[in-house]
Design a protein around this ligand. Structure first.
Ligand code: BT5
Length: 261
């Protein structure tokens, strides 16, 4: 992957700008810095790196992007009439777009709410959405995505809390990174225009992992919230059904299968 191969692969998409790095700390940091410069970065500006040395997950967790093996990119979305009322759906926008691109390649992905893409129960990709505000007005957001493409991108097991996989492992053959990126961005541009629709929520919900199964989430406490995973609320929160058949809405945390279910 290099700047020219990227430009060629992405030429049909109407991006606001493109910055490519052989190596960088974090593409999200670069996107945030770019957006903060005089004149800023235009809507749909993209930062791509072949390697990240300080890749970030949520809650100060690390994200590994070894050289020449993965996709790490950050897309800047400027605030808009469509985005503002649907801000809480942004992680779904990214997750759905990655999942659709995997499906087009013949894989069966699922979205482990809120921000992981799984294939065969293993983590293929993670999403980190960061927002920038002017007072209480949304200014822009950055969607950061890390995807394991070649086998060599999968971190050693002892560094992980959850098993990981790559597109190459799942497809049996190494895909072209630029083509994968282009197909995700195409899906994302398509769905962004439809973020406020019921169709969007349905499409996102249809890709959720563990639907109909007993799950648990830890929402900031040691005591898990448990129940059957029913689906999504209109704002993208998770809807569970507890053992008393009472509906519970989960807004934060990660969902996992209940070990004892
Ligand atoms: C995420 O966080 O899954 C969000 C990852 C977002 C990374 C992208 S890359 C481009 C952009 N620039 C950045 O600096 N970040 C974004 P979280 O749900 O907190 O998961 C983090 C956990 O995933 C870690 O604690 C590890 O256990 C695991 N992990 C780290 N690297 C991995 C990898 N390459 N594949 C699978 N799991 C990984």
């Amino acid at each position: 992957m290099n700047e020219n191969s990227l430009k060629k692969a992405l030429s049909k998409l109407k991006l606001g700008g493109l910055r490519y790095f052989d190596s960088i700390g974090s593409t999200n940091d670069e996107a945030l810095a770019w957006a903060a410069t005089e004149g800023g970065a235009a809507d749909l500006s993209l930062v791509v790196a072949d390697e990240q040395t300080q890749g970030r997950g949520r809650l100060n967790r690390k994200w590994f992007t070894p050289k020449g093996s993965a996709l790490a990119f950050s897309l800047i979305l400027r605030s808009s009439e469509t985005l503002r009322p649907n801000l809480s759906r942004t992680v779904g926008l990214a997750a759905l777009s990655i999942a659709e691109s995997c499906s087009k390649n013949g894989l069966t992905p699922s979205i482990k709410w809120p921000n992981d893409i799984l294939i065969n129960g293993k983590k293929l990709a993670g999403i980190l959405v960061e927002t920038v505000w002017s007072g209480d007005e949304l200014d822009l957001l950055v969607i950061g995505v890390g995807i394991n493409v070649f086998k060599s991108s999968v971190p050693p097991v002892d560094l992980l809390q959850f098993p990981a996989t790559s597109l190459e492992d799942e497809l049996g053959t190494p895909p072209n990174r630029e083509e994968v990126l282009s197909s995700i961005l195409e899906a994302l541009i398509h769905w962004r225009a439809r973020m406020g629709t019921d169709e969007f929520i349905k499409a996102w919900e249809n890709q959720l992992a563990f639907r109909g199964q007993q799950v648990q989430t830890f929402a900031g406490t040691d005591v898990p919230v448990v129940g059957e995973l029913l689906g999504l609320e209109p704002d993208g929160s998770l809807r569970l059904l507890d053992k008393h058949r009472k509906s519970i809405v989960v807004r934060f945390g990660d969902v996992s299968l209940r070990p004892d279910a």
